[in-house]
Design a binder for this molecule. Structure first.
Ligand code: UD1
Length: 377
């Protein structure tokens, strides 16, 4: 029996981990034992606890409760906490997800103790080194024993950077392997779409059944922390709200910075605008329902971009670039950055469009493939 430590910390990681937990429970319960470590990077119940409840993931065995802080302080606390757990107990590997500070900390702590690192969502690149996520994912890919790439593009990135063909040996004498596993988020989208419809009434509750609406999410630091960018995005939302309702589940980072980082006139207009519905961070079922029913999705989140694509919804990306280039290549999304005119023009051209979904993100069995590879390792 292999023992793995599944390391989560931020909201999207809890969602991705659910796919692995499900695959283990359904197919591999006699071959692999999973423990969960939560770094505590996200700690509000609507950023963390609600996902464990909805997705049926067991309570974390280890809770580090590091909370918020500067990147260095937060990451350092996580490294120390994860190291302690890995030194106390034997694990055959750690599983890490995506590109957050929790991913970075877990891969550094494990690699230094020669515990194999299995990176899910490896090979993603924005080619923007100012993003903390780009820094985190590059380090993590280099430290990982197996890189699980979700797409052909991610595989190509790993090859181009020499990560796929690296001759470097790990402590167990093996070289890194790189696997095109498909995307665990696509597994989840298929699995949870029906469940969310029967268990979540957010569309009726918000009075959205009869009218088209736009779903917007904003949380990237370079949008929330920059007065000019955040103001430009909210100007665009106000313009769109003249034509249709806008639903905005507000990430705590954005909520804290909104008043201070949005032009005062725009902020006052936002407070008056009844067509912009600001709601607390959505649960997983709530966001799925909002994505499935939205006319257009506006977002700076990678996960929301992809889910919009999975559910056939066009997407306006509030960033200068995206890691998920397939979405742009298929005309399902437009990069509008934080530019008011580009955002409103993108809205005009995408409203009413139905996106065709080609199977670019696997076959819905990525998690099973990943668990099998980990067992074989
Ligand atoms: C983090 C990830 C980002 C990911 C996002 C998902 C990094 C560098 N960034 O961004 O890649 O897309 O999670 O949501 O790891 N806060 C709360 N309550 C919480 C959590 C955070 O109020 O439960 C507030 C705090 O003021 C905190 C701020 O949000 O300082 C930012 O949180 P942090 O975890 O540092 O980064 P995110 O912006 O959430």
């Amino acid at each position: 029996m292999k023992r793995i430590l599944n390391i989560v910390g931020a909201r999207p990681q809890i969602i991705k981990a659910a796919a692995l937990t499900r695959a283990i429970k359904e197919h591999y319960a006699t071959e692999i034992e999973e423990c969960i470590l939560h770094t505590g990077q996200h700690y509000d119940s609507n950023m963390s606890g609600v996902f464990f409840d909805e997705l049926g993931i067991p309570e974390p065995h280890y809770q580090l409760s590091v909370g918020s802080g500067s990147h260095g302080a937060q990451t350092a606390k996580m490294i120390a906490g994860i190291e302690e757990v890995l030194m106390r107990e034997h694990f055959d590997g750690v599983v890490v997800y995506g590109d957050t500070n929790s991913t970075l900390a877990a891969s550094v702590a494990a690699a230094k103790l020669h515990v194999p690192v299995f990176h899910i969502e490896a090979g993603l690149r924005s080619f923007n080194m100012t993003m903390p996520e780009e820094q985190n994912r590059i380090v993590c890919d280099h430290l990982s024993n197996i890189c699980f790439a979700p797409t052909a593009t991610a595989m190509e990135n790993l090859r181009r950077e020499g990560i796929a063909d690296s001759q470097a040996l790990f402590a167990d004498g093996k070289r890194r392997s790189v696997v095109n596993s498909g995307d665990v988020m696509y597994d989840n989208s298929l699995y949870y779409a029906n469940l969310s419809a029967s268990r979540c009434d957010i569309i009726e509750r918000l009075g959205l059944s009869a009218t088209p609406f736009v779903l917007a999410t904003i949380h990237r630091d370079y949008n929330t922390d920059n007065h000019q960018r955040l103001t430009a995005i909210f100007r665009a939302l106000l313009a769109i709200a003249h034509q249709t309702r806008v639903v905005l589940p507000l990430h705590p980072r954005t909520a804290k910075l909104l008043e201070q980082n949005v032009d005062s006139q725009v902020y006052a207009a936002l407070k008056r605008e009844e067509n912009i519905l600001i709601i607390p961070p959505a649960s997983f079922f709530e966001i799925i329902e909002l994505e499935r029913h939205a006319q257009v999705v506006l977002t700076d989140s990678g996960g929301v971009q992809k889910e919009a694509f999975f559910y056939g919804r066009p997407c306006i990306i509030l960033r200068p670039e995206t890691e998920w280039v397939e979405i742009i290549a298929h005309g399902a999304g437009i990069l509008a950055d934080a530019d008011t005119t580009r955002i409103t023009e993108a809205y005009s051209s995408l409203a009413g469009m139905q996106v065709q979904f080609p199977p670019l993100f696997g076959d819905g069995h990525a998690a099973e493939r990943i668990v099998q590879e980990i067992i074989n390792y």
